[in-house]
Design a binder for this molecule. Structure first.
Ligand SMILES: [Zn+2]
Length: 578
């Protein structure tokens, strides 16, 4: 009695599903696979984001097909092939060709109803994302063999996959299973489910709003992250362009990239928050110290510029830390950075996690990029203080802002909340983890209040949310030319990062839009996305308002702020800042 060590699946196809295939005389023992079901990926509320459903690999044995032209005629439209292509396959001298892999049960039913000799199907499973493109970059996708290739499907492949089983059987001379045959039987072990920290509703809202801005400004790309600053839970994460994991073949690699974790960008003015935190925490400056801005300043042989706009055409004048953030003054930020010094500025950038992978568990995380601090000339110190000459990923910066929102305590971002055992009960639960204390609670609270003033009366007015106190910062960073050597004309990353309610922050939201056309200001491109998502999150999470029930009436020209020009946004010569 011969034992067949052929690939179990192929053997199964040929033997069990091809009863007419070359019968031979003696009995044989075969191994028949028992498929494990891949675990589900669920959002925090149990909403199914990725599931495995029954499917069929439909095949043909051309040698068995009679009247090939007639078969091609009636089968081709059902399987979505051209008649010529199918006829070509039927005329090949092969014993086995797949017609469709991972076909729906309905399609197989239709094909089966045609009752064509030589056409059969092998039961299998198919990965389906019921939400289509929802959370595509987070979920990733599997290949045709059910192996995770990207995103969490890849990172958690071993947990999700399970283990196929098999049973051994004997077949008779006509290659039919003999029911009484007693062979070994190993039951399949289904994959485990994973539950994410993602909230499907906030995720959906984030994707809609981000796509709106991405399309309205014909941007090259966009990324956004929503986190709970107190725990590090990632509540939503989205990128544009995006793709549908149910039809991966129709997408390109650019649209499949999880830019929020892989792509580095110069954060621009949003980094002034880090500079202010560092200087205040080190007592290098006091909240009352002022730094002058007359629009430009020479450092060595280089001149750096501020964003100039009415009534600040001659510069922002004397800026304390609060005013520096509120009007996004480059000069004052540079002077604060120079006063703090390269070593301490670098120390805080490291402490805020800008040089390390965030550790979220998502594959492909990038590290930040910056010159060695020992080599920073003064102009670099100045540039870094307002967010140039340093590159970070959106997730890194989101994590840093969460530390400010969370009284100075930085949490590790995470996206998988629990792994469920086969009984549906929690097997592994991932708890929030503190990375380190970055700044004191006092510094964090002081800077949060300064960021609050950015939204009530500075460059961040478009991020206001009725009833809540919102802290945030705009960024409109001119993109550096790759490989160094200045800035790319007209190419900016427009961003907004903030959190609310300031009294007890429940969400941090980062929005970064790459190369928007027409306008490049974070306030007009990114802040509106923040505002819509923040509203949705407050409603969804039933967060108690901490501010006035309605928007406060516009305060008359406080500190000479621009009078609602471009909705409080700066105009004038675009350089950096804003
Ligand atoms: Zn200035």
């Amino acid at each position: 009695m011969a034992y067949c060590a052929l690939g179990a699946r192929l053997f199964y196809l040929q033997v069990i599903r091809h009863p007419y295939y070359k019968p031979i005389a003696d009995q044989r023992k075969v191994k028949i696979p028992l498929l494990a079901r891949r675990g589900m990926i669920l959002d925090r509320n149990g909403k199914k984001l990725a599931v495995s459903v029954d499917a069929y690999d439909i095949y043909v044995d051309p040698s068995q097909v009679e009247n090939k032209a007639a078969v091609a005629e009636k089968l081709a439209p059902v399987i979505g092939w051209s008649r010529e292509r199918l006829l070509g396959v039927l005329n090949e001298r092969r014993l086995f060709t797949y017609l469709r892999r991972r076909a729906d049960a309905d399609l197989w039913k239709e094909v089966k109803a045609l009752d064509i000799r030589g056409v059969g199907a092998n039961p299998t499973m198919k990965r389906v994302c019921p939400g289509g493109a929802l959370a595509a970059h987070i979920l990733g996708f599997t290949n045709v063999d059910g192996v995770g290739m990207e995103g969490l499907e890849r990172a958690y492949d071993r947990v999700l996959r399970g283990r196929d089983g098999f049973f051994e059987a004997e077949i008779d001379a006509r290659r039919k299973i003999i029911p009484i045959s007693r062979g070994r039987r190993v039951e399949p072990v289904n994959g485990k489910d994973i539950v994410l920290t993602i909230d499907g509703t906030i995720q959906h809202c984030l994707e809609m709003e981000l796509e709106k801005s991405y399309k309205a400004h014909s941007a090259a790309g966009a990324s956004a992250v929503v986190m709970n600053p107190a725990t590090g839970e990632i509540l939503a994460m989205a990128n544009m362009p995006t793709f549908n994991p149910n039809s991966v073949a129709e997408s390109d690699s650019g649209s499949r990239r999880n830019r929020a974790v892989t792509d580095l960008y110069e954060p621009g003015s949003t980094l002034k928050t880090i500079t202010a935190c560092a200087a205040l925490n080190e007592n290098a400056i006091t909240p009352n110290d002022t730094f002058s801005c007359n629009g430009s300043m020479r450092i060595g042989r280089r001149t750096i510029h501020c964003s100039l706009h009415p009534p600040f055409m001659g510069g922002h004048g004397a800026c304390n830390a609060a005013k520096t953030l509120r009007y996004s003054c480059n000069m004052a930020a540079a002077r604060i950075g120079l006063k703090l010094g390269r070593e301490r500025l670098n120390k805080y950038e490291a402490a805020f996690g800008l040089y390390e992978e965030p550790g979220s568990g998502l594959p492909g995380e990038s590290n930040g990029m910056c010159m060695r601090w020992q080599n920073w000339p003064d102009v670099t110190v100045a540039n870094i203080a307002f967010g140039q000459s340093i590159a970070v990923t959106p997730l890194q910066l989101a994590k840093a802002y969460c530390a400010v929102a969370n009284s100075g305590l930085m949490m590790r971002p995470f996206i998988v909340q629990e792994i469920r055992g086969l009984d549906g009960k929690t097997e592994v639960a991932f708890a929030p983890r503190v990375v380190r204390r970055v700044i004191s609670a006092e510094t964090a609270s002081m800077v949060s209040e300064m960021l609050c003033a950015v939204v009530t009366g500075g460059t961040g007015k478009n991020a206001r949310v009725d009833g809540y106190r919102v802290a945030g910062k705009t960024g409109s960073a001119q993109k550096a030319i790759e490989g160094g050597g200045g800035f790319a004309a007209g190419k900016f990353v427009a961003s907004f990062i903030g959190f609310l309610p300031v009294t007890d922050p429940k969400v941090m939201i980062l929005v970064a839009v790459d190369e928007p056309k027409g306008t490049h200001w974070g306030a007009t491109v990114a802040a509106p996305v923040f505002q819509q998502v923040a509203r949705e999150a407050m409603w969804r999470m039933k967060v108690r308002p901490d501010g006035l029930p309605k928007e406060s009436p516009p305060v008359a020209d406080r500190a000479g702020e621009p009078k609602s020009r471009n909705r409080g946004e700066a105009s004038g010569r675009p350089r950096m800042g804003g």
